[in-house]
Structures are given as C-alpha cells and as structure tokens.
Design a protein around this ligand. Structure first.
Ligand code: SF4
Ligand code: MSK
Length: 674
C-alpha cells in the first residue's frame, strides 16, 4: 500500500455535515470543524458503532464473573428461552436490572439537582445568604399546604395571612426532609389525581423518601438479590415516581419560588444569537442557582461598561441544554443551541467563556476549548474535568454574587484573546417560551375561572384533538433535531397541541415552531383556530428536564377541570422522547408511563434482548397504571401511534363524534370557499 493510501485507511471517518443535522447552523459549523481538523460528536459517532449486545439491554456486568452477554439469537427465541448468565440470571432479569439502574441514574440526577435547590432555598429562608430571596410569594403560598404548612394564622378571632418568612422556613425544612425522612410517603403524591394515587397505593409503589428508593435499586440489582423482573420494575416505578412527583417537582417549585414562576417571553434561538462584536458568555448544564446569578451580573451597567472598556460592544449571554431553558423561561435569554451543538458553540471561535455545572456536558469540550481562546469553567464540586486547561471556580450560595462576578469578568477579559478564526453561523429564529401550569391557566382558562376548562372545552368539541408531551435530548445516532421536528409537525398538523421541555423545546424554537404565527403555517384547522384566538404557539415550552413535572401537573389540572375522565390515563394525551439519550430520559419515561401516559421513545429501547420484559413494559403496565411504553424509530409512524392512542381515548370518552363534526364543518367550509 502506498504511504498516502495507508494514511487514508488509518484516518478516522468524517461525518457528512449535511447528514448530521436538519439545522443549517449545525451543518455549517460541522463543516467548519472539519476544515479546522477538530473532531465533534458527529465524527465520533461515525467512527464508533454502539455495542450490539448492550443496545439490547442484555449485558450484565454486575459482578466480576461477567460481563455476561445474552444477545437475542438471530431469528428470535423459539420455544424456551434458556439464555442465562454465570449465576443463572435470565435475559429478563438482566434487562430489568439494567433498566432500573438507568432509572436510578436519572432519578438521582434530577433529585440531586432538586436537593441543591432545596439547600439554597433553606439558606434563603434562614437568611444565611443575601444573593437568594423569596421572589414568588404567591407560588410559595400555593405549595405550602401540600407540606401541611399553614398559610394563615388566627389572631383575635380573625384569620390573617401568615408571615412569609415563617412559611418559607417551614416549607424549606419539610422539603429537605423529603430526601431522607424515616417514615411516611412523599408529600406531593397527593397532588396526583385521586384515582392515580389509589393505583400507586394498590400496587405498593408509593415512594417513602427520594434517596431510599434510589439506594434500594442499587441494592436490589446487586449480584444475587432481586431476580424477578416484575419485582425489579416495581422498584423502578417507585423510584421514577419519586423523581417525577418528588425530586423534579420539588426542583421546579422551589426554583419558581426563588426565581419566579415563568410567564411567556419573546426571544431567539440558535448559534446565530452569538455576536462577533460582543463578549460571548455561554452557560451550559442544568441548575439555575448558578445561571440566575450570572444573568443578574451580566445585566449590571458596570459590567456592560467593563465589557465596553475591553473593546466589545456589550455582553451577549446565551445558553445550551437545560440551563438555557431555565434562563430562557425566566429572563428570555436566548438559546445558543441544543445538546449536540455544545462543541460547535466553541468552534465559532467567538465563545469567550463557557460555564458549566452538571449533566449533559461533553468532556470533549475541554479538547475543543484548547483549540481556541475559550475559557472553560466548571463550577460544581461534583462535576470536574481532568484536562488541565479547565478552570474550576466552585460556586457556593454563600458567595454566589462574588463567584458570578469573577466568571463574568473572566469572560470579558478573554475577549481580547480571540483569534482570527471567528465564524458565527447567521441562523437564528424567534420564539415565545416560558409557559407554566399557572400561565397556561391564564392564557387558556382566564384568571377569573381558575381552571383549564377552556382547554378541555376545545378538546371536547374536537378543535384540539389531544395533548402531547414531546420532550428530551438529542442523540448523535440520529440526525440532529430531525425526529423532534418531524414528530411535532405531524402532531400539530393533526390538531394535537404539544407541550415541550428540554432540548426538544430548543429544537422547536430553532425551527420557529414556538411562535403564535407557526399555528397558521403548520397546524390543522382546529388547533390553528384555538392558537390564533388565544394568541399562543401550537408548541408550548414548559421549561427544562426537571420541569417535566409541569406536564404532570398540567395533565392533573386538565383532569380536575372535568369532562375528560377522572385520571391522567383517561385523557386524550400521549408522551414522546424521539431522540432520547440519557438515563434521565428513562426515569422520565417511566414516571410518565406509571402516571398513566402512553409514552413512545425513538432511537432504541434497552429491552430488545428480553422480549418478555419488553412486553411487560408495553402491555402489562397498562393494566396497572393506564400508561405503557412503546418504541417507534420512524418519526411519522411515531406521531401516528400517539394520534391513534389519542383517538382511542377520545372514543372511550365518547367525544370522537364531536371531532368528526368539526372536521366535516371545516371541509364544508372549504368546499364553500372554493
Ligand atoms: Fe454474570 Fe450474574 Fe455476575 Fe451478572 S451477576 S455478571 S449475570 S454472573
Ligand atoms: S439537557 S437531559 S440532553 S433534554 Fe436537560 Fe437536553 Fe436531554 Fe440533557
């Protein structure tokens, strides 16, 4: 072989930029990365195929006699399935153990985030920090009763509002105890519809405290403990509920009390929000405890002046992943991009600093940052990087303002060090983001009514066919954003209103689906009419990954408003994570399913190697909780499975005829217009 040919044979494959993503900014930046000789996640995905056995969920490495690998034989299982590991563990046991360990990973990520927020909340309630205060007293008063905390006091025969500081302290202490209280069950479980709570109780899955359910998973999946896939998934259910109705819901609520409950704001999305003549500071990760301080600092006149004194026109703050969702929903700070765009933001050459905290952060960011002037700053004691170019500034609520100032000034000081290789793709889209259970109430229900009845009414009369929650990550095994956007466009075209969070929300914003104007372009006639009447986008952004708890509560409000059954599983509703990748997604999927939601995942499910366990998740769970798992890789079929489920529920509720009438009216009208 000639030397040239040999070099070529050894060279890693390069991903085709056009095949990486449907987003032009991502395509341009991927091409730019290749021009500069920098590898990205897309290139690494082209060079490393996933393990064919791991993907099936049937590789066990829970003891050193393994890993024991139990792939499905070609042609499937005929007759008896006698695959077993050295200890005798079956494919079902192994897949169930792996699955609930993913639930444990996901639930602990969300819940540990929640714990950090609760600690800051407690500090604020004790007045140990000046940086954080109770911002949303109304929200505090609305959640206090769930903790059995009084919000009124009786004095001299008169009932008065109780002092807010007293309420905050009591809520903070009770909230903190949710992670480790020795007896009882989680307070928030009673927020679920009564019928759902009774199902959990009957099936023995009411979580006792958050940490205990996660620890018990690790114990039960240890070598030689729980060997019944049904019993294993039961514990997975208990931990997932502890996430959705516990750790995540606490995170959302306490963040709202500290930083404000979101109301819709206008902003922009995609890498084009970065500005060549400004200092670009990007925050990436999950906890708003850090990013809130950075937002406040970046808006101070003296900081903007400081940026100008260094030759910049100003300071442009933007976000990636769920930190982006947090600062978007409360401040309208623009999105720089989704999970798969994190390396590309640095490759613009215009990122003066990227600040990260926890979750979804590529270690390769450090290698990319090395090629540019970018300061990469880790801030969390539990999330450091080994590379020597990474700066660690440990963030603490007791000196939060000082930490934020240090970080922002570091970004500004670095502006002068930019190289010549700046290239910011000129793509961005407008969006309206930051809905909450409370603001939907206002937009659809009217404050005087205080219910979701207008929404229910439009579902009953058929203008809105149903509700979909489409959430979750990107996955480099998929074309970036393609599945999210295809699924969501198909849903809204068929009059299904979409609630979104996480990177799915960012993808929608990038595609222009989170504007009221998108209704006329992309929606079926019924949904378009509702959106135009009330002035909302057909895709409502409800925040970050922990804010999937908002979707649970929105569904509960719909149940409460009446006319659509008495449990979440009765609603014409479905869930989806078309491009999921993280353990958090499995925990979210499982708490959706066991809260009664038919939930479809794209990409793959780590159950393919254990068909009996897979069937249990997709069929048997429905009998217990009303929801079930499904997998559909094709995004159009994926959307239509959700629509078929919605139609099934409409039929069960006896409202299928109403929709036929609405459609007939519309067709008649169109015929007349023609
Ligand atoms: Fe193999 Fe059993 Fe050990 Fe798992 S626990 S690695 S199946 S011997
Ligand atoms: S950030 S978990 S990639 S949604 Fe929450 Fe995005 Fe998924 Fe991370």
């Amino acid at each position: 072989m000639s030397e040239d040919k040999e070099k070529k044979a050894k060279a890693p494959k390069l991903a085709d930029p056009i095949e990486c993503s449907i987003d032009p900014a991502t395509q341009e930046m991927q091409a730019r990365a290749q021009q500069l000789g920098i590898d990205t996640v897309f290139d690494r995905a082209a060079n490393m195929k996933p393990c064919a056995i791991g993907i099936q969920g049937t590789c066990c490495k829970n003891c050193s006699m393994g890993p024991c690998r139990l792939p499905l034989p070609k042609g499937g299982i005929e007759g008896k399935d006698d695959r077993k590991g050295l200890c005798g563990a079956t494919a079902n046991t192994i897949a169930a153990r792996n699955f609930i360990r993913m639930v444990a990973g996901g639930a602990s990520a969300h819940s540990d985030h929640g714990r950090c927020v609760a600690e800051v909340f407690l500090s604020a309630a004790r007045k140990e920090t000046k940086a954080y205060k109770i911002k949303d007293e109304v929200k505090l008063r609305s959640i206090a009763p769930y903790f059995d905390v009084d919000i009124t006091v009786e004095k001299d025969g008169e009932v008065k509002d109780r002092n807010v500081d007293e309420i905050a302290l009591e809520v903070a202490e009770k909230a903190m105890a949710e992670w480790g209280k020795p007896e009882g069950e989680l307070y928030y479980l009673k927020r679920a519809p009564e019928a759902l709570y009774e199902k959990w109780k009957k099936n023995g899955v009411l979580p006792r405290n958050i940490d205990r359910e996660i620890v018990e998973i690790m114990h039960r999946t240890h070598m030689g403990v729980d060997q019944d896939y049904k019993n294993l998934i039961k514990q997975g259910t208990r931990a997932a509920i502890a996430d959705g109705w516990g750790g995540s819901m606490l995170a959302t609520d306490l963040q709202d009390v500290l930083f404000g409950t979101p109301t819709p704001l206008q902003s922009e999305a995609n890498l084009g929000v970065m500005k060549e003549d400004h200092v670009n500071l990007i925050v990436h990760g999950h906890e708003p405890v850090l990013s809130e301080m950075i937002v406040a600092m970046s808006q101070k006149p003296e900081i903007i002046e400081y940026a100008k004194s260094k030759g910049a026109k100003g300071l442009q703050l933007s976000g990636i992943c769920c930190t982006a969702n947090e600062i978007m929903q409360r401040h309208g700070i623009p999105y720089a991009g989704t999970f798969l765009q994190q390396e590309l933001a640095i490759i613009t050459g215009a990122c003066d600093a990227m600040v990260v905290d926890i979750q979804c952060i590529f270690q390769n960011l450090a290698n990319v940052a090395k090629c540019f002037h970018t300061k990469l700053i880790t801030t969390h004691p539990i999330a450091k990087m080994e590379q020597d170019n990474v700066i660690h500034i440990e963030f603490d609520e007791h000196h939060a303002v000082e930490d934020a100032e240090k970080i922002v000034r570091m970004a500004i000081d670095n502006f002068a060090n930019r190289g010549a290789e700046v290239m910011i793709p000129q793509h961005k889209s407008p969006c309206v983001a930051g809905f909450s259970v409370e603001s939907i109430l206002y937009h659809l229900g009217g404050t005087f009514r205080g219910t979701y009845y207008t929404l229910n009414d439009n579902i009953i009369n058929g203008r809105i066919r149903g509700i979909a929650g489409v959430v979750g990550c990107n996955n480099a095994r998929n074309k970036h954003n393609e599945a999210h956007i295809t699924v969501i466009k198909e849903l809204i075209k068929n009059d299904v209103i979409v609630l979104t969070t996480g990177c799915s929300g960012i993808a929608c914003a990038m595609e222009g689906l989170m504007t009221p104007e998108a209704a006329a372009v992309h929606c079926g006639p019924g949904l378009a009419e509702v959106c135009e009447t009330v002035g909302i986008p057909p895709v409502l952004h409800l925040g970050s990954c922990v804010d999937n708890s908002r979707i649970l509560l929105a569904a509960t409000e719909v149940v409460k408003a009446g006319g659509l059954g008495n449990d979440i599983c009765d609603l014409p509703a479905a869930g989806s994570a078309p491009e999921w990748m993280s353990e958090k997604a499995i925990s979210i999927g499982h708490y959706f399913v066991t809260s009664g939601v038919y939930t479809v995942f794209g990409v793959t499910l780590p159950t393919a190697g254990a068909p009996v366990f897979h069937d249990y998740l997709s069929k048997e769970l429905e009998k217990m909780y009303g929801g079930m798992w499904d997998l559909e890789v094709d995004p159009i079929k994926h959307a239509h499975k959700m629509i078929a489920h919605i139609d099934k529920k409409r039929k069960e509720l006896g409202i299928d005829k109403a929709r036929e009438r609405v459609l007939m009216d519309m067709a008649d009208r169109q015929a007349l217009e023609a």
